[in-house]
Structures are given as structure tokens and as C-alpha cells.
Design a protein around this ligand. Sequence first.
Ligand code: HEC
Length: 257
Amino acid sequence: MIVERNCLHFSQLPIGMRTLYSGTLLVLGVGYLFAMIHIFASHAGRDGNPALSVQDLIIAYSGSKSDTRLEAALKGPMASMLPQAEQDEIVAWVRRGAIKEEFSTGTPLSVEAITEKRCKACHDGSNPHLPNLMGYENLASTIEIDTGMDIFTLVRVSHIHLFGITFIFFIVGSIFCHSYIKPLWLKCIILMTPFLAIILDIGSWYLTKLFPPFAWMVMISGAAMGVAFGVQVLISLYQMWFYKVPDELKENKGVVS
Ligand code: HEC
């Protein structure tokens, strides 16, 4: 049982190692918070309600079906670029069928005037990564039904997430292995959860395109990953510094399984 004997409880590890572990967990924890903020900033509010909802995820991955790309952007990531009244003005114009004659009426609330004033700074065509929205023809090209994130973007984000998240949970899990958790199956479940969750999460991005209710799976697996991360970090930090080692573990010379 050499392998088991090698896995000692935190209390048996040198202070230097515990300090290294703690620093790693703290920074990864802060990183996780920023990841949450990023998810919130890029997805919340797409359905018109500021909270992050399953509907937001459906719109992000499978498109809103009823909204055009322009409307989805106006209600989501571009919402802060213009006052509500002007946003309503553009949406109403799109809903009326984006009639060319109504594009430039010469009033300050014409779609042309609003886009000149609020969007030109970034969407004048000088940045190759942003759609050019100046003029009727350009703007009209963003008025097609929104079908959500395209497959190529999903593939790119998938491989980054699969590699990145595996590294993170390998590091956090390797540290968490030194904690004392009974029964052993519970410890194994906590260790395995994030790996299963990332597979389910990413698989569900694609499945949501085909069948929107899979957005629930994106939400649930994301939550499971977050909980597993929180549990591993908190238990590890607690057992590293504040834990009263139980008698059973002392008799065992601090070997955890
Ligand atoms: C400060 C810079 C800035 C301003 C001003 C701005 N945008 Fe954007 N816009 C961006 C960036 C950056 C992106 C790409 C990132 C993203 O999709 O969130 C983008 C993306 C978009 C997209 C494409 C979304 C997609 O589905 O790919 C649309 C449509 C859009 N903006 C519309 C507008 C409109 C309409 C306005 C004016 C009311 C506006 N933007 C003002 C920076 C800006």
C-alpha cells in the first residue's frame, strides 16, 4: 500500500508546502470570481431581464429566433451604448421591417442619426473585428434572424475551456487529495464532479443549438462545477490551517485515502 501511504494529511505537510498550496488556491479562487463576472457580463440581460437566466443562455447559444442580431446586441452587450428611448427607436424600426425610406428622416431620433451618434466611434468600419454599421446597407446586414454563437466560435471556446479547466481542476484536486473526507466515495465524487461537469457543459452548448432546453444543462453543470470548486478550496484551506486532527487519523499516522 505504498501509494496510499504517500498521501498524507495537510497536517503532516511542511509549512512551506501548505503556504504554496494556500497561495495557489487563493489566486485560483479570485480567477474563478473573474470568470463568473465575465459570464455575467457577456450573457446576462439578453432576454431583457438583468439577471442571468436560462433564457439568456438559450439566446447566446441557439439565438433568439425572434430577434435579429442587431436587436440581440442592442438588448445584450451593446445596451449601455445608448439611452433606452433610442434603443426602442431602433428596435421599432427593425420591427416595422427596416424600411429604407425611414432610415434617414433627418430628425435626431432617426436610426441614421442615432447610429452616427452612438455607434460610429467603434463601428465605422475601421476595426476589422467589429461590424461596420454606418449607412443603411451595412446596418441592414445585421438584421437577419439571430442564430446564436456560430459553430466555429463554439469550437474555439470549447478547446480553450477543456484544456484550461482540466489544468485548474487537476491542480485544485491534487491539493484537495490531502484532505480527510469520510466516506471515501464522497471524496471521489467531489474530485470527479468538475471533470464530468465540463464535458456536460460544453456538450450542452452544441445541444442547445439543436434543442434549446439543454440550456438548463449548461446552467446546472456550470453550477455543479462552481460548487465542486468552492468545496475543494474551502475544505483544503480549512483543513490546512484550522483543523483539529481526529484520533482516527492520528492513529493512522496522518495517512488519508
Ligand atoms: C465603445 C465601442 C462600441 C460602441 C460605441 C458600440 N459598440 Fe457594438 N460592439 C463593440 C464591440 C467590442 C463588439 C464585439 C464584442 C461583442 O460582441 O460583445 C460589438 C459588437 C456589436 C455587434 C455584433 C454583435 C454580434 O452578434 O456579433 C452589433 C450588432 C453591435 N455591436 C451594434 C452596436 C450598435 C447598434 C451600437 C450603437 C448604438 C454599438 N454597437 C456601439 C463595441 C462598441
